[in-house]
Design a protein. Structure first.
Length: 312
């Protein structure tokens, strides 16, 4: 997970920091008998006891899908960053590719606990997420008091609203597919749906223009498949992390894209009013371009927020 060559179409032109500006080490931790694996990015030089940014991918993704470039920039700026794969994805144990918000939040919690046993790290903890994982970190920050800052990039705040915005036909089809898989997978008759598809497909993500943006982030050397058990749709439909924003005590950045077809910028601005210590940045971007074409301004906003939130 430390390759320096461009690994996806969206990031081929990014300005990556020199390799001598940071170091990496593999790190693993167990959750309910299964092992999650990730990479810890550490700043070089005189940055002793750095804060740690804990990162995990968005819906159905692996940590190689554009996330190393962000972790490198954090490390180059003096922050450690731990980017890991959920169980069932990437290098971690399991092969179900089930998108299960509760399990994935438990993986985040396991990552936080594991970092407490790593020497040379500071005490400050930052939760970072994008899209679905943006919802995870907001929910975790509402539950925990050991979180010092939160960054949520184009965060999924209300999966129910996203689902119903696709129309009644999609709601019925996704519900039936999810129920069939829920019942059938125990007997070897499960079914899958694409993670990202066209507007007429039954997929977890179907909004116009999103398929190309998502697939352009896929690591060309990954064994990833564009599929997830259909019961993932049942897990997602009632996931509403935005309802927990008022419970978050830590400084929180919500980064929204004005051209985001999945999470409308207006919904992010409205939800952010509930935050006690919230910062909302809206920028010309779609749901996935903060990892590619709009990488530099997006990372710049995140680093500026961290400096203010952690006083570094």
């Amino acid at each position: 997970m430390t390759r320096r060559d461009p690994v996806n179409r969206a990031q081929r032109r990014l300005d990556r920091p020199p390799r001598e500006r940071f170091s990496t080490r593999d790190l693993a931790f167990d959750v309910d008998g299964e092992t999650c694996r990730g990479t810890l990015y550490l700043p070089s030089g005189d940055d002793d006891d750095p804060p740690v940014v804990v990162m995990a991918p968005g819906l159905g993704a692996e940590r190689s899908f554009g996330y190393p470039a962000i972790a490198e920039r954090f490390a180059d700026a003096g922050y450690a960053a731990f980017c890991f794969d959920y169980r069932g994805f990437g290098d971690s144990d399991g092969d179900s590719r089930l998108v299960h918000p509760g399990r994935q939040r438990a993986d985040y919690a396991g990552a936080l606990d594991r970092l407490g046993r790593v020497d040379a790290l500071g005490r400050d903890r930052v939760l970072w997420g994008a899209s679905l994982s943006g919802g995870h970190v907001l929910t975790l920050a509402a539950d925990r008091r050991d979180v010092d800052a939160v960054i949520a990039v184009t965060p999924l705040l209300d999966a129910r609203a996203v689902t119903f915005a696709r129309g009644g036909r999609y709601v019925v089809r996704s519900g039936l597919a999810g129920l069939r898989d829920l019942l059938g997978h125990r007997f070897g008759r499960g079914r899958t749906v694409p993670i990202v598809g066209g507007t007429e497909e039954l997929a977890a993500i179907t909004e116009p223009g999103t398929k190309r943006g998502y697939l352009d982030l896929v690591d060309r050397e990954s064994a990833w498949r564009n599929e997830t058990p259909a019961r993932s749709l049942l897990r997602l439909v009632n996931y509403r992390p935005g309802e927990r924003l008022a419970e978050i005590r830590a400084p929180t950045l919500l980064l929204a894209g004005t051209d985001d077809s999945i999470v409308p910028v207006e919904s992010v601005r409205a939800a952010a009013e509930a935050l006690r210590r919230g910062t909302v940045v809206s920028m010309p971007a779609d749901h996935f371009s903060p990892f590619g074409a709009d990488f530099e301004p997006a990372v710049g906003h995140q680093l500026s927020f961290l400096r203010d939130a952690l006083d570094r």
